[in-house]
Ligand binder design. Structure first.
Ligand code: NAD
Length: 498
């Protein structure tokens, strides 16, 4: 069993290493590694390294910064497979899914390669007589990223490529449940030529996070995780004067209208509900079957859920791996039981799922519950497991009202053959990311990602143009170069243009 260390100032270090956590392989149920958990002294060391590096990195030319981001892009592209293996062994997701998350992260790196264009300012020649006005954006300083277990590579890549390309330095606090991907990436940055201290990794838990949130040397915090933590991070980091964006949890609904191609809809719902064992913030966990769609849809969903192959993430035959921990498995199974007790009809039951050769693994099979209503725990809780709840609604308007009454607003989708119904839906729902016949509408890297309501605390979405805006602040310069032979006299009146 090896020890996973911090990456601070360009080298691995155990730091004070007074506390350690266990990292498991969810497929085997075995302890794989120990990870050191940072205390305030380790956070101080990381912020000090990032502060020192900021002095020169923020002054590096756009060309110099862009070259390094390009190098990083090339290295990452060449290492998708080994990084996917690391992710699969600690998270549990199947290799193709893990490779997919790296590729979606890579798209943000590619977006960040365009930083010279993205940081172009505005210029107004002769705004007043002899006066020009122009604007540009500067980096903030040391930025911190606190990320969840479910995308150990992609979610941090929503943050640091943009932050670093903008001229900031970065301290990443990845999930303590699957921390190795962050260290792998740190080494790629080193090989790309990134100066020491620009990208740092501190491993840890709440103690580490609190030290980052309270640290006067941290200028901005990006958080992605569950809603209660996102809410408290937003409060605490804002209270210490930091810029903060905190993305929270989700309960994503997919509405299926009776005019939809139900085979197509059910196939996409199956993938969106059970892919990555439902541990995606954009997973579909509630299917809202409208009118006559209900019975035929549940029939097809039942058939398709039975066809999903559950197994080790390393087995190429597997469609879906285990969930992340034994505690997550027990919680998910408990919620399925609560749904059954509260009146839901269990069409497919994933409790007690065993995989031959992996008897100690944390597996839950695909589960489909029908006749779920909004008072049941399976509806009100974010399950974050392979459980699809079918809710029935009479009309499309009722489905929209249902979505809008939900406290979350991350993603949603509609399956329909009607452009008019889709347009009414996309304009009517209070949700940040919407799919039309697309179940997981994660925006491309050159758009920004973010939910509404309890799915995001803060003003700005992540990556894309809002990411550039989040990691920089604007300056506007008003300049006059008076003619030496005929200088303008000053007036005590408030200056107006002429
Ligand atoms: P989590 O909230 O438990 O942990 C997220 C991060 O916060 C981790 O780094 C963790 O160490 C830290 N943390 C945990 N408890 C803390 C505390 N009390 N104080 C300070 N920091 C703490 O989330 P998770 O279980 O790792 O990830 C799953 C959650 O993340 C789900 O709710 C999912 O919807 C959400 N998520 C949201 C998005 C999005 O884009 N909105 C994306 C991915 C995941």
């Amino acid at each position: 069993m090896s020890t996973i260390e911090h990456w601070i100032g360009g080298r691995f270090t155990a730091g004070a290493a007074t506390r350690r956590g266990a990292v498991f392989n969810p497929a085997t149920g075995q302890r794989r590694h120990e990870v050191v958990l940072a205390g305030p002294a380790d956070v101080d060391a990381a912020v000090a390294a990032a502060t020192e590096a900021f002095a020169s990195w923020s002054q590096a030319s756009l060309s110099a910064r862009t070259k390094i981001v390009f190098n990083f892009r090339e290295l990452l592209n060449a290492h998708v497979a080994p990084l996917a293996e690391i992710i699969s062994d600690e998270h549990g997701k199947v290799l193709s899914d893990a490779a997919g998350e790296v590729r979606r992260g890579l798209e943000v790196v590619e977006f960040a390669c365009g930083i010279p264009h993205l940081l172009k300012g505005d210029y107004s020649d002769q705004a007043s007589t002899g006066v020009d006005v122009f604007s540009f954006r500067e980096p903030l300083g040391v930025c911190a990223g606190i990320t969840p277990f479910n995308f150990p590579a992609m979610v941090p890549m929503w943050m640091y490529p943009v932050a670093i390309a903008c001229g900031n330095t970065f301290v990443l606090k990845p999930s303590e449940r699957d921390p190795s991907a962050a260290n792998f990436v740190a080494d790629l940055w080193r090989r790309a030529g990134l100066p020491d201290g620009v990208f740092n990794v501190v491993h840890g838990d709440k103690v580490t996070v609190d030290a980052l949130l309270d640290h006067p040397g941290v200028a901005a915090v990006s958080f992605v995780g569950s809603t209660p933590i996102a809410r408290s991070i937003h409060r605490r980091a804002s209270a210490s004067g930091k810029r903060v964006q905190a993305l929270g949890g989700a309960k994503n609904h997919a509405v299926v209208l009776p005019d939809a191609d139900l085979e197509y809809a059910a196939s996409h719902l199956t993938a969106a509900a059970f892919g990555s064992a439902g541990e995606r913030c954009m997973a579909i966990s509630a299917a809202v079957a409208v009118g006559g769609a209900g019975d035929p849809l549940t029939d097809i969903l039942t058939r398709r859920a039975h066809d999903v192959v559950v197994g080790s993430g390393r087995d190429p035959r597997s469609d879906m791996g285990p969930v992340v921990t034994a505690a997550a498995r027990d919680r998910i199974e408990g919620l399925i039981g609560a749904g059954e007790r509260q009146g839901a009809k269990v069409l497919v039951d994933g409790r007690g799922h065993r995989v031959t050769g992996f008897e100690e693994g944390f597996f839950v099979g695909p589960t489909v519950l029908d006749r779920v209503d909004t008072s049941m725990d399976v509806y009100t809780e974010e399950i974050f497991g392979p459980v699809l709840s079918v809710v029935r609604a009479d009309r499309a308007e009722d489905a929209i009202a249902l979505i809008n009454a939900n406290p979350y607003g991350n993603g949603t989708a509609i399956f329909t053959a009607s452009g008019e119904a889709a347009r009414r839906f996309q304009r009517g729902v209070h949700v940040g990311m919407i799919g039309v016949n697309v179940p997981i509408p994660v925006p491309m890297a050159y758009y920004s990602f973010g939910g509404w309501k309890d799915s995001l605390f803060g003003d700005q979405h992540i990556h894309g143009p809002e990411g550039v805006s989040f990691y920089t602040r604007g300056k506007v310069v008003t300049s006059r170069w008076p003619h030496v032979e005929a200088p303008h006299g000053a007036s005590l009146h408030f200056p107006t243009s002429s």
